[in-house]
Design a protein around this ligand. Sequence first.
Ligand SMILES: C[S@@+](CC[C@H](N)C(=O)[O-])C[C@H]1O[C@@H](n2cnc3c(N)ncnc32)[C@H](O)[C@@H]1O
Length: 349
Amino acid sequence: MSREKKKLTVLDLFSGCGGLSIGLETAGFDIKLGIDNWDKSLETFQKNHKNSEILCSDLSKLSPQKIEDKFLKNGVDVVVGGPPCQGFSISGKRDVRDPRNDLYKSFVLFVKYFKPKAFILENVPNLVSMDNGKVKDQIISEFEKLGYKVVYKILLASDFGVPQNRKRVIFVGLKNKSEFQYPKGQFVSKKVTSSEAISDLPESDVADGNSYANLPKSDYQKSMRRKSKGVFNHKTTKHTEKTIKIINLVPDGKNYKSLPKNLQGTRKVNIAWTRLNSKTPSFTIDTGHRHHFHYNFNRIPTVREAARLQSFPDDFIFLGTLTDQHKQVGNAVPPLLAYEIGKELSKQI
Ligand SMILES: C[S@@+](CC[C@H](N)C(=O)[O-])C[C@H]1O[C@@H](n2cnc3c(N)ncnc32)[C@H](O)[C@@H]1O
């Protein structure tokens, strides 16, 4: 008699559009619920997680018991999430009246209430050095008091086949008291480059659902396209003549420093007029500040190109305005990184 193995269930707090969730789902987890207070990101989450539920709510005010009663009567195996990092200022200058402090606390509260087999807490790497390491120490001790063995590691997404040098700190706690063993990067010496990620996508707009104009040009493109019926979210930004003229002077992989002196100060940020480097993984994809341009075309990446650089498969479709979509992509944990972590986690719990 064949018996299907029961999937481990997941509660995703601060879920956004679900980068972390889609990676875990691909690794075999059953995503029960995503909670966020941003409705647009949840619309995207729902579109791409048809079997999951969503809840739009402020997590600093939400009681875990309500969530259990309404959504998770059978409890949950894994709690995951990335509370906004402003919520971590827990020593020294901490302002107890700052409501953002409650966001990290709410993650702790959910773990305390549901006692999952494991939790994954994701954040920006400088969390580790915040307040001379006190923030990190406090996170570890708080979860150890709840009975978890907690480890943390800064992972570089490009080591795991993501065409992007994004770093994230990943805390993992296991209730079975064993120390989580992190996945080993299989791409440390052979990184996926920006052009391997997006060179099949055209310079101009593609109407949602239209078929691909080119064959895939790399294994990475093949795998991103695998389940998709066509191109979505490839709407280009129309820049001013002046912007096009200036960015046209910047070569592949370079920035404002390659411009004539009189143009170098036209944008007063140190990431101004930066082009992707076609031969390396991308820099960290942001939430849409419009300073990062395509390595070849005179425009910023489309949402689909940014999503490829974040390792979202092409059948993952983003909803909302273009600004909303870029923010959802830039906020996310790269799904491929989440997948690798999930694969290890499912073996270890
Ligand atoms: C870094 S993003 C999460 C990205 C997500 N893990 C992913 O992989 O796609 C943080 C999320 O926290 C949400 N957020 C911020 N404050 C919140 C609050 N008070 N209650 C619920 N969600 C909140 C934001 O809307 C945002 O989507």
